[in-house]
Design a protein around this ligand. Structure first.
Ligand code: CA
Length: 562
């Protein structure tokens, strides 16, 4: 009896041991499932501006074998959720203003703790207990924290990014890019910036106003920005003219692209998960090597006044995009500014304008890259010369961008040499900001194309056929990613520019005048009498689009996919 009684007395202890053993087995099993979990990455974003779809798409492209899921969070009881979410998410992007209520006076410094996989470091006297718990929870999991301080503009706007070191953080939006750049700095060379696959789509709203519709590969009508995103593009470029209208409010054409257009395109692009490149021409109409006229409003200004106006205009415009929550990944200061810009025709003056633009970008969108844009890479030594001038006058920029139309601009090999020299010598990124290639010699809108039957003085490195266009784009994408040093990306130029109307010249002309869907309307003559005033009309590049005359995508568009 005593034995039985002893046994009964000890039973709770036995049970405890059994429970302990069971827990041990469970823990080992849990370890195994943790290993399995590395096959899946969870992204959590509670910052509306962050380009979620773009981030997901890019992660999928980079890691096709890894399952991805996203937890979107918009509002919640913050403090408890933060801890819980850290346990679930591998990549986590959060706005400082959200975390701030729990972590007042958080200092602006972040850095690695020596010899530790995680880092966290803060200044400030009264870190709130919830904030501390979050950081401790992160550190316990070996989660890295990146802290981005957007203090320069005077508006406090800070972001945190937490991520599992086993994961990659990739996105294409401006805030994403900011977090990424800081992280890149902290992580050294382990991070790779997303390659931008973009398209200039500035003309789209004007075409749609005239009745143009776009279709996906299944033949269904769809928002064209969604079609582009689904094809694999991750960015849209939009040109911005200060005031492309006459005194009666009639548009100059070419899409009548001003900041309203940029906002409208930017919103639609963002909704489709695409970031924006804003291409400021600093003119009231087309700016290229042949014409760099100042906006009429700046016409009588001296250089310091003009630089200040350019700074204010850039700043105000970017603030509008920022307020609209549009992710801007790159800002272009001037368009094809080979030797002139906004009416200034020497490098000393141009540099002052460029610096004024750069300053506005850094202040308003510190996460965006600043691009400068040139053309005619076939002119020997010209890019070296521009690079020297930019260095001499200490212009602040990130990307040395170029137009590259192979019919006029020499071989890809020559382009490589010209751009790689700049990239190597001055430590800059390069980018193809404009490129295109014809798929036909047919004209679809009764306004002659730049490249048509009998066009003289052009190279034909590929046939002007559907296959030729595909071969060109395939080679070009390969070239950018494998031959060019530090190439940020490629933008196809106006691949959606097809024809509104289509019946006859007269019908089309009415649409060009009314909606600005041609390259120039007759109203542009008051600003550009020599060119637009004489040759105004429709589209000169409809045979270089990536959509056919009826708005159906061409096979070449698929090349932007993974
Ligand atoms: Ca045409």
């Amino acid at each position: 009896m005593k034995k039985i009684r002893d046994y009964l007395y000890r039973l709770p202890a036995y049970l405890l041991w059994a429970l302990f053993a069971a827990l041990l087995v469970l823990a080992v099993f849990q370890g195994a499932t943790d290993t399995e979990r590395a096959k899946k990455i969870t992204l959590m974003i509670n910052v509306p501006e962050v380009d979620e779809k773009g981030a997901m798409r890019y992660l999928k492209e980079l890691m096709p074998d890894v399952g991805l899921e996203m937890i979107k969070v918009r509002s919640f009881s913050y403090a408890l959720f933060l801890e819980a979410s850290l346990k679930e998410a591998d990549i986590w992007i959060v706005k400082e203003s959200d975390i701030g209520q729990f972590l007042p006076d958080f200092g602006p410094v972040a850095g690695f703790r020596e010899g530790h996989p995680a880092y966290h470091y803060w200044q400030g006297e009264n870190p709130d207990i919830w904030g501390l718990r979050v950081y401790e929870a992160a550190e316990d999991r070996g989660i890295l924290q990146a802290y981005v301080n957007y203090g320069a503009s005077g508006e406090k706007e800070d972001y945190y990014m937490f991520f599992n070191p086993a994961s990659l953080h990739i996105g294409t939006g401006e805030n994403d890019e900011a977090a990424f750049r800081l992280t890149e700095k902290l992580m050294g060379s382990e991070m790779k910036s997303p390659f931008i696959k973009g398209m200039d789509a500035s003309i789209v709203p004007a075409l749609e106003a005239g009745g143009v519709k776009y279709f996906n590969f299944k033949g269904e009508e769809q928002d064209v920005f969604e079609i582009l995103a689904e094809a694999g593009l991750n960015a849209i470029r939009v040109r911005v003219w200060n005031h492309p209208f006459d005194e009666a409010g009639r548009g100059f054409g070419g899409g009548n692209c001003n900041m309203d257009t940029a906002l409208s395109i930017g919103r639609r692009a963002a909704a489709a998960g695409l970031s924006l490149l804003v291409d400021f021409h600093y003119s009231d109409f087309w700016a290229d090597p042949g014409k760099q006229m100042a906006p009429r409003a700046w016409g009588k200004m001296d250089l310091p006044e003009k630089a200040d106006a350019l700074y204010q205009y850039t700043r105000d415009s970017l603030l509008l995009l920022k307020a609209a929550g549009i992710p801007v990944s790159m800002v272009q200061i001037g368009n094809e500014t080979n030797g002139a810009m906004a009416g200034e025709k020497n490098w000393e003056n141009m540099a002052q304008l460029m610096k004024a633009g750069s300053r506005a970008v850094r202040e308003v969108l510190p996460g965006a890259r600043i691009a400068l844009h040139f053309t005619n890479p076939e002119k020997t030594g010209s890019y070296r010369y521009y690079g020297e001038q930019l260095a001499r006058y200490e212009v602040d920029y990130d990307v040395f961008g170029t137009s590259y139309y192979p019919v006029w601009h020499g071989s890809m090999e020559n382009l490589t040499a010209a751009l790689n020299e700049v990239a190597g010598r001055w430590g800059k990124q390069t980018a193809i900001l404009e490129t295109a290639y014809p798929y036909t010699l047919r004209d679809s809108d009764f306004y002659g194309n730049l490249i048509q039957e009998g066009t003289k003085g052009i190279a034909r490195p590929y046939p002007f056929t559907l296959d030729g266009q595909q071969s060109f784009l395939k080679d070009m994408l390969d070239f950018c990613q494998n031959k060019l040093q530090n190439c940020a990306g490629l933008f196809y130029w106006e691949g959606c520019w097809i024809s509104a109307g289509g019946g006859n010249r007269k019908e089309n002309q009415a649409l060009w005048e009314q909606y600005g869907s041609g390259w120039a309307s007759s109203y542009a003559g008051i600003y550009d009498p020599q060119d637009a005033g004489r040759y105004y009309g429709g589209c000169a590049v409809d045979n270089q689009a990536l959509f056919d005359e009826k708005g159906h995508p061409l096979e070449a568009l698929k090349l932007f996919g993974p």
